[in-house]
Design a protein around this ligand. Structure first.
Ligand SMILES: [Zn+2]
Length: 214
């Protein structure tokens, strides 16, 4: 595991158009925004009518995010990015269903996104529920069943079950995106796209990269 946070402030103009960034440029821009967030130096601008006019002409996000729906884990805030920068799919437990998979593939294949991020977080309520209540029925039961494979792997590990389950669930979603999307897998294989699994800490605000593919 490593956390490649830049040890320097922003070196690129965060307001510059993000269209056409490759995976390395996208990651740097994302991490620079996170640096600003951690150091209380956010620059995300208020939207003007001119901005809205520009955005109405098209979208050019540079990162596709599959994140947990938790209200405290807003990707645009954590990474100090503006409207139009991130293509965000959020669902409790950052699980990969068919809608999430299709959305991420759309971002890569049709919007030209070259960095994909699975964004989980510590103290995740969805994962916690899955560790405690395997027999929940109804719609929430769907979430629990989707997270269950990660819980099963975590139970074999030493240490804290919830913390291990959260990390395994992030890894599981990373693998499911690759397994479920031939287009994404092909682009990762050829080095065109990078997929990262990240765990956000509610208390410290740190976003740690746990897994990297491509
Ligand atoms: Zn969560």
């Amino acid at each position: 595991m490593y956390s490649p946070l830049p040890d320097h402030p922003t070196t690129h103009d965060p307001q510059a158009p993000a269209q056409g960034l490759d995976k390395e440029e996208a990651l740097l821009r994302l991490l620079e925004g996170h640096w600003r967030y951690l150091h209380n130096e956010t620059v995300t601008a208020q939207l003007s009518s001119a901005d809205r006019t520009l955005h109405s002409e098209g979208q050019f996000p540079f990162v596709a995010v599959l994140g947990c729906a938790d209200s405290r884990v807003s990707p645009e805030l954590i990474f100090d990015q503006g409207q139009g920068d991130l293509f965000v799919v959020r669902v409790a437990g950052n699980i990969v269903g068919s809608g999430e998979l299709a959305s991420i593939e759309y971002a890569v294949e049709h919007l030209g996104v070259r960095l994909v991020m699975v964004l989980g977080h510590d103290q995740c309520g969805a994962v916690k529920a899955a560790t405690e209540n395997a027999d929940i029925h109804g719609p929430i039961g769907y979430l629990v069943r989707e997270i269950a494979p990660a819980i099963a792997l975590a139970r074999a590990l030493p240490g804290d079950l919830l913390a291990n389950s959260i990390d395994e669930n992030i890894r599981h979603s990373v693998n499911q995106l690759i397994d479920g999307s031939e287009a994404l897998a092909r682009r990762i294989e050829c080095g065109d796209v990078r997929l990262i699994g990240v765990r956000y800490s509610l208390k410290t605000g740190d976003a740690e990269i746990l897994h990297t593919r491509g």
